[in-house]
Design a protein around this ligand. Structure first.
Ligand SMILES: O=C(O)CCC(=O)CC(=O)O
Length: 254
């Protein structure tokens, strides 16, 4: 399935693919897109069921979401790219690193996990959203995206991001919750043979730093960076730290 995507930066720049978290769109990468498009051909994709992408009936699997990304890149003639993904986007990047390594020059895995915990809460969240829409979970979800200090300092930004969650199609959000519920590559990490940067938000309540420690311990040669003053959307809250890391890692320079 081909995905809605935004292309920025020079046509002949090295391709850098940005993959989004659950309940978001290319908007969540706005701070990085602006900066990195000076050097990279930045391709930011809306995950299946989100933003401008198609919304088939769920459940989905991370493999489906990853194959969508690769099909869209095929359509654009992009054979190999650097990938960066936040949370669900990081799971998609892990799948590509594990099962399609020839497509990935580097991986950056941000605020993500090889297993997002017990499946039941994700299945319950899918049911809640199918009943009540994404509006029903938007306040609770956005509270995990940013630290309290950031929410106090930038209420308008947080309200805008909350609206992004609430405007996600219910079936798309639910199908992705189901993908997360069965995602488990804990025993596969040693087979990821792509240079990998792992990034934690120190105050991330959704995928706390121990999840990224497990990724960094399991993926051969992975490097772990911890970002202070950041919750689940560390890239959005602390771009001054995260963007240079992504820039250097995508070059193979870290
Ligand atoms: O809503 C949350 O608690 C975070 C959701 C999550 O971990 C998956 C994602 O952000 O892509």
């Amino acid at each position: 399935m081909k995905l809605h995507h935004v292309l920025e930066g020079p046509d002949d720049g090295p391709p850098l693919v940005l993959l989004c978290s659950l309940g978001s769109t290319a908007e969540m990468w706005a701070p990085q897109r602006r900066e990195l498009a000076d050097e990279y051909r930045v391709i930011t994709l809306d995950t299946r069921g989100h933003g401008g992408s198609p919304v088939p009936d769920g459940p989905y699997r991370v493999e489906d979401l990853a194959r969508d990304v690769l099909e869209t890149l095929d359509d654009r003639g992009v054979e190999r790219a650097a990938f960066a993904g936040v949370s669900l986007g990081g799971a998609i990047a892990q799948w590509i690193g594990r099962y399609a390594p020839e497509r990935a020059s580097t991986l950056a895995l941000l605020c993500t996990s090889a297993r997002f915990g017990d499946p039941d809460p994700w299945v319950e969240r899918a049911a809640t959203v199918r009943d009540g829409g994404t509006q029903a979970v938007a306040d609770a979800v956005v509270a995990r995206w940013f630290t309290d200090d950031f929410a106090r300092a930038q209420p308008d930004t947080v309200a805008r991001m909350r609206d992004l969650i609430a405007s996600t199609p219910a079936e798309g959000y639910a199908g992705c919750c189901e993908a997360i519920s069965v995602w488990d590559v804990v025993d596969e990490l040693g087979a990821i043979a792509v240079p990998t940067l792992v990034v934690s938000g120190v105050d991330d309540p959704a995928t706390p730093p121990e999840h990224q420690q497990l990724l960094a311990d399991g993926i051969p040669g992975a490097r772990l960076e911890s970002v202070t003053g950041a919750a689940h959307l560390a890239s959005f809250q602390r771009p001054e730290i995260v963007t240079p890391l992504l820039r250097e890692h995508a070059k193979g320079a870290l």
